[in-house]
Design a protein. Structure first.
Length: 364
């Protein structure tokens, strides 16, 4: 059951994942955020009380489904392998950087593609930064960057994050302990069962296809291999058709309701940091969840870093605001990047360079 051995199978994977995103958008997920790893992890962090931004708190079943989908399919196809020990603290920091860059831009690479398919010019601008960031990471790999090898660990070690996700799911269904937004993006979501099933399907297909947004561009740069991009093109095509048919396609900048801003330099730098850190960590935010599901404790640590990064962004004012309409005056209020967010992002990029060129393969 290998979906990565032909471009036709990879394109099919992109189409299936695109259809999942379409269903979630139709049944209640926020506009142009049908499936966003960074935004959904931020919402989950809020639900767990890690930050107090009341409009972005909800235990997203999609994230739980992604991890469990990868876990179930890898176990069923005997690809589950519990590993760890490859510079976990550096990976934790890289997870934080990925989240900070994402919330300055207002979306992960997956949401960037979804926004592109809806005509958001800011996402197309951010793509420049993402490609440059992945390119910088690829250059570091060519110069010998490595975080060291991972080792086989106790089989149950790789099951910790999937087990935690099951715990969050049970808490959200059977208790009122978790927080849930009554307004804003956190209050907009598809039904729980549909979201969970969508996450399971997306996770299973992503695991079997090795789907990775950073990896697709990295492979083109390093090996002239366009295979992984086929998945992304398939997903983009499905979402583009949906947006055109549904009337959600709006070409331009400063579009209210999209949850985006038009500070182009910081859109570029935000996704530059995400692309750079993702290559150093071995995968984009989606890929980290999938790897964690199939047993990688190192990726699980990266995911935990993303949760802490989300909490930092909203506790210390690092996250950007999106362009919106003032409900009283009906005037357009431009989205903006905070001063704290700009400072944090510059620090994150510097840290990426330090990590990239002080961790060599021969030393590892």
């Amino acid at each position: 059951m290998n979906l990565s051995d032909s471009k036709k199978k990879l394109a099919l994977t992109g189409i299936v994942c695109g259809l999942v995103a379409v269903c979630l958008a139709i049944y209640g997920n926020p506009a142009n955020m049908a499936f966003c790893i960074a935004c959904f992890i931020r919402d989950m962090a809020g639900a767990l009380g890690m930050h107090q931004a009341e409009v972005v708190q909800y235990a997203r079943p999609e994230i739980i489904g992604l991890v469990l989908g990868a876990f179930i399919i890898s176990f069923a196809t005997k690809e589950y392998r519990s590993t760890g020990g490859s510079s976990p603290m550096i990976r934790f920091v890289l997870g934080m950087i990925i989240m900070i860059g994402s919330l300055v831009f207002l979306g992960c690479p997956l949401r960037m593609v979804l926004r592109m398919s809806a005509g958001d010019g800011n996402a197309w601008v951010a793509l420049i930064g993402f490609i440059l960031g992945v390119g910088t990471g690829a250059f570091a790999l060519k110069k010998g960057f490595s975080l060291g090898r991972a080792y086989v660990t106790n089989k149950t070690g790789g099951m910790v994050l999937p087990a935690l996700m099951v715990g969050v799911l049970l808490l959200s269904v059977f208790t009122t302990l978790l927080k849930s937004s009554e307004s804003g993006p956190g209050s907009m979501h598809a039904p729980l069962i549909l979201s969970l099933i969508g996450g399971l399907i997306f996770g299973a297909f992503a695991q079997k296809s090795r789907m990775c947004f950073a990896g697709g561009i990295r492979d083109v740069i390093l090996m002239k291999n366009f295979d992984l991009l086929t998945v992304i093109v398939g997903l983009f095509a499905v979402m583009l058709v949906y947006n055109l048919v549904s009337g959600n396609f709006v070409l331009g900048f400063n579009t209210p309701g999209v949850i985006a801003h038009s500070e182009h330099l910081w859109n570029i730098l935000g996704m530059y940091a995400v692309g750079f850190a993702a290559v150093l960590a071995g995968g984009c935010p989606l890929r980290q969840l999938i790897l964690a599901g199939q047993g990688s404790s190192d990726s699980a640590v990266t995911v935990l870093g993303m949760f802490i990064g989300a909490a930092l962004c909203h506790n210390f004012g690092l996250a950007s605001s999106g362009t919106s309409l003032n409900p009283e005056t009906k005037e357009l209020v431009a989205g903006a990047v905070t001063t704290n967010g700009k400072i944090a992002l510059v620090i994150c990029i510097v840290v990426c360079f330090v990590i990239a060129f002080t961790n060599k393969r021969k030393e590892a």
